[in-house]
Design a protein around this ligand. Sequence first.
Ligand code: MTE
Length: 320
Amino acid sequence: MLIKHVRARDPLSSEITPRAVFEGRRRLLKAAAAAGVWAFAPAGAKAAKPVRGEPIPNLAPWPKSLSEPPTGYELATTYNNFYEFGFDKEDPARHSKSFKPRPWTVAVEGHAEKTGTFDFEDLIKPHQLEERVYRFRCVEAWSMVVPWVGVPLGDVLKRLVPTAKAKYVAFQTVLRPEEMPGQRLPLLKWPYVEGLRLDEAMHPLALLTVGMYGERLPNQNGAPLRLVLPWKYGFKSIKSIVRIAFTETEPPTTWNIATPREYGFYSNVNPQVDHPRWSQAKERRLGDPFFSPKRPTLMFNGYAEDVAHLYAGMDLAKLY
Ligand code: MTE
């Protein structure tokens, strides 16, 4: 039998893009330009200096925050993945300026006692906002350290009283092609959707996030409401959420729909399981000097002590 070995290598910065989209990139760029989807900045142009957000008062510090210095604000807000605003890292900061994160409601559906439409502030309000410094690891093998602001997702979900039938939680991003130029292109199947097993969603590390660096989230980072799941690859941290549904069966997820062989439902950070096109053993910390060595990636992104029990007995090479 002939076995083809693909040598593990570094991912290109654009490689989370599904292969079909990446290969058709030139065609998409042309189509976008012809349709006037967005005006292209000249090659190499930097995104405008970020405008700082509204400060959030009365933040409780989280005792388990990392003591590592956070990634610079400018880097964390201009090197983004948010395909609704384009596929280059600077596109979200460039093309999200007219996105309106207020007013904002979230539809709660499915197997829970309290369903309906909620103003997002009402979902968050009864809980104490915390600042939590987490490691954040992207599937493209770069990482950051970010002081996020939010409340434990589980606290909010518990208040919605899931019923015995609820086994998973599905999340959906807003669909607004008029404000999100990337949604006018077939980059991904829109709207962006994600999902978690209910016990993962209830885990105290799962953060329903409204801010970063002590301020409200900028549009490019998922305003006004996103997930942050520090033990999973960054793409599970869905942005600009408008729907939360308690389901009995495993919900579909955007990257799994796009490229199932490359992106599974769980997507836990795991240095022992390579992506089919590159190694996941090391990562480049954004902001590190260019020639500094890559850092080893930690199992569950360094949160194994907290979350490994969720996956006891599972074959993580198959359930990636
Ligand atoms: N959510 C939506 N709706 N659309 C996206 O394209 N990208 C994901 C995730 N959430 C994405 C998304 C990916 S691939 C990553 S790595 C993180 O957002 C990036 O978050 P950041 O830009 O705040 O660093």
